[in-house]
Design a protein around this ligand. Structure first.
Ligand SMILES: [Ca+2]
Length: 91
């Protein structure tokens, strides 16, 4: 569990190069690199931009650590739904 959280934190830090926010380009790279197995549309930059807009609560065009955690929560939720089989065809 701690290792998983550490991965979440270090992935953000590495992607943002130590900054507080991910810009569009870094966010796109992170999603393509880390979520191609769980998400559809990771090869579509417009889909990733759309996703970024959805996460960007303060509308500054960047993804903060808190906003990034919403994405992790969203992915975790999607995974648990898939495992429980309650929403097997969620597309
Ligand atoms: Ca933001």
């Amino acid at each position: 569990m701690e290792a998983a959280i550490k991965t979440i934190v270090t992935t953000f830090i590495n992607s943002s190069r130590g900054k507080d926010n991910l810009d569009s380009k870094s966010f796109q790279k992170l999603v393509q690199k880390q979520f191609s197995g769980t998400m559809e549309d990771t090869d579509s930059s417009s889909a990733i931009k759309e996703m970024q807009r959805g996460l960007d609560e303060n509308s500054d065009g960047k993804v903060s650590f808190e906003e990034y955690l919403s994405l992790i929560g969203y992915v975790a939720n999607a995974m648990s739904e898939r495992k429980c089989g309650s929403n097997a065809d969620a597309s």
